[in-house]
Design a protein around this ligand. Structure first.
Ligand code: HGA
Length: 608
């Protein structure tokens, strides 16, 4: 995932741009570049690799000037090399940086070649530079040119453009990819996120999809998709949001639970356009690799393994190809049989999980390709896999994983859709699913409102020594994850079972001292689940039920019920995870454990 920075000021901007790029490094990139306008000329420097390589190049060839744009690239079209690095230019007078994917770039490129333009890169972005030049050459202002050009573009984009004939204008536009305007005094900025601009401002304006803005040192003028001039609110940066600071929260874990609505949006940002998935988001080689996939082998550890288990339900239902899931520490040490056409998919928050990494290294030569779903760009897993999809969850400090898990699930659904297309999943179904996923931020906000009720429920666990978690279908891995959270941070022994297994053994454990947590959404499995709950009640077990809208389940003696809002079935595993995270959190706080650093556990398990 790449990043953009831009500045228009009265002072020199190259230092501001470079620091902005450094602050975007966490997003991952393969090359970096900068263009600055000085005395009517554009100076440009680009380098493959780290921002530090760009910094060293700039030390030798400094770029002076008060208007500029810069970029870190994560290639989607064309290999990572200097020619493909941004900014891209049309002629000598116009430069553009772009975050996103222009889906119709091939037809636009053919049209531009027909009009006499020559292309120097393999990127989709270069069409934007030439389209803008064509409009400016036809007499439009830079801003009018941007308005005209974005009408031609299909896909997702955040754009920053400078032109040597407009030495005090930075023109920007966004649709589907993140972009924020930093508001200063006598200077203005753009960036992919607020963190990039914190050294220069704490006031930000967020553009909406389809907006265009024209920044000068003294003004910011925004127009919406219909060309109407609009005011977008200026807000102050809230310290702690998305960063490695606790802010007002008592623990990182609680902060990270509460970040999940925003995280759901950032996993999808720039990867969906007009209701469908942009599969190039997986990387340059994605299409060629996905075309050859016939089954999927997922390997992961701990919480990530539970995410993989949910993906198995999704892949087998929506794609209709086999999906195997295994914990890495088992997989890597046994002789595995992998059929032709296996995509090897690893999941890890840190990308350094020793067993997962070892499994990848072991198997790489025996599969058609490898995909890592990971939260840390530049991690070993990402570097060593053919494709990578970042979960964009931001730093996760609490040892017990929360937002990393739910963001992995969103990334896994995007993977499911990319594969599903090749096996008959209709465009309509893909759009329905993505429309449901678009509701996630709002839905998770509503679930967070249940926090006080969940905190009350937690009081009944503080004295317990054991707990049982039950679920069916995709909610079985959710139950496993709920039990793992409780174990990890409250040290209460917890087990999870598919509810249908109850009578095959664990029912023997049920008595008045064994709380049984049940995730019971209103879906096709509910009637079966209710029968399992009766089995518990009949043995004097106390039920703690997270229920859907089905009214036959009631709060009554022996049944403690928290009712969740109505939730689309496809979102159930993500939605039902959140109350279980809160339950574990509050139990741990009541027990007085070290919530963020539970005993004996480490965040990134880099040893086997
Ligand atoms: N499609 C452009 C920009 C890539 C990007 O946004 N990455 O996250 C390219 O391939 O250069």
């Amino acid at each position: 995932m790449c990043g953009i920075v831009g500045a228009v000021a009265a002072r020199q901007v190259s230092g501001i741009l470079l620091e902005g790029l450094r602050r975007l490094e966490y997003r991952g990139y393969d090359s970096a570049g900068m263009a600055v306008i000085d005395q009517g000329q554009i100076g440009r420097v680009r380098r493959v690799g780290k921002v530090q390589s760009l910094a060293e190049a700039l030390a030798k060839h400094p770029l002076t000037g008060t208007l500029g744009i810069a970029h870190t690239r994560w290639a989607t079209h064309g290999v990572p090399n200097e020619v493909n690095a941004h900014p891209h230019m049309s002629g000598e007078r116009l430069a553009v940086v772009h975050n996103g994917i222009i889906e119709n770039f091939e037809s636009l490129r053919d049209e531009l070649i027909g009009a006499g333009y020559t292309f120097s890169s393999e990127t989709d972005t270069e069409v934007v530079a030439h389209l803008l030049d064509r409009e400016v050459s036809a007499g439009k202002s830079l801003r009018e040119a941007m308005r005209a050009v974005i009408q031609y573009l299909e896909g997702a984009f955040a754009l920053g453009v400078v032109h040597a004939d407009y030495p005090d204008q930075l023109v920007t536009a966004r649709k589907g990819s993140p972009l924020v305007i930093g508001v200063g005094i006598g200077e203005h900025f753009i960036a992919s996120d607020q963190l990039a601009l914190l050294p220069v401002t704490d006031r930000f304006m967020f553009l909406e999809d389809g907006d265009i803005a024209c920044l000068t040192p003294d003004s910011v003028e925004v127009e919406d998709g219909s060309g109407q001039s609009v005011d977008r609110a200026v807000t102050r940066f809230e310290h702690g949001a998305g960063s490695a600071e606790k802010g007002a929260f008592k623990h990182f874990m609680l902060k990270e639970i509460y970040e999940q609505p925003a995280v759901m949006a950032s996993v999808m940002e720039g990867r969906i356009s007009d209701g469908h998935l942009l599969e190039q988001a997986f990387g340059v080689e994605a299409k060629a690799l996905f075309d050859r996939v016939r089954q999927v082998q997922i390997v992961a550890c701990g919480t990530s393994y539970h995410a993989g288990m949910i993906a198995k339900y999704w892949i087998e239902e929506l794609v209709g190809i086999p999906c195997m899931v295994e914990v890495a520490s088992e997989f890597r040490y046994r002789p595995v049989v992998l059929p032709e056409g296996t995509l090897f998919l690893t999941l890890s928050q840190s990308g350094e999980t020793a067993d997962t990494l070892a499994a990848l290294r072991e198997i790489r030569s025996r599969v058609i390709g490898t995909l890592a779903i990971c939260n840390v760009p530049g991690s070993s897993l990402v570097r060593e896999s053919d494709l990578a999809l970042m979960t964009n969850a931001g730093p996760e400090i609490g040892v017990a994983s929360t937002k990393a898990f739910t963001s992995q699930l969103v990334a896994l659904m995007l993977t499911t859709l990319a594969l599903g297309r090749r096996f008959g999943l209709s465009d309509t179904r893909e759009r329905e699913i993505l429309a449901a996923f678009a509701q996630l931020p709002a839905l998770l906000e509503r679930l967070l409102a249940l926090d006080p009720e969940i905190e009350q429920m937690a009081a009944q666990f503080a004295e317990k020594h054991n707990a049982l978690f039950l679920g069916r279908g995709t909610l079985f891995p959710v139950a496993l994850e709920g039990a793992l959270k409780l174990k990890e941070i409250s040290y209460i022994h917890a087990e999870a079972y598919p509810a249908g297994e109850l009578k095959h053994g664990p029912l023997a454990l049920v008595d008045k001292d064994m709380p049984v947590v049940t995730v019971a959404p209103t879906n096709a499995m509910l009637e079966k689940l209710k029968a399992n709950m009766q089995e518990v009640r009949a043995r004097g077990g106390e039920l703690f039920v997270f229920a859907g809208q089905d009214q036959s389940l009631r709060d009554e003696p022996g049944i403690n019920l928290i009712r969740l809002p109505s939730i689309p079935i496809i979102l159930e595993p993500i939605a039902y995870t959140l109350p279980l995270q809160l339950l574990s959190y509050h139990v741990a706080v009541l027990k007085g454990t070290d919530v963020d650093q539970p005993r004996n556990l480490a965040k990134s398990v880099t040893v086997e």
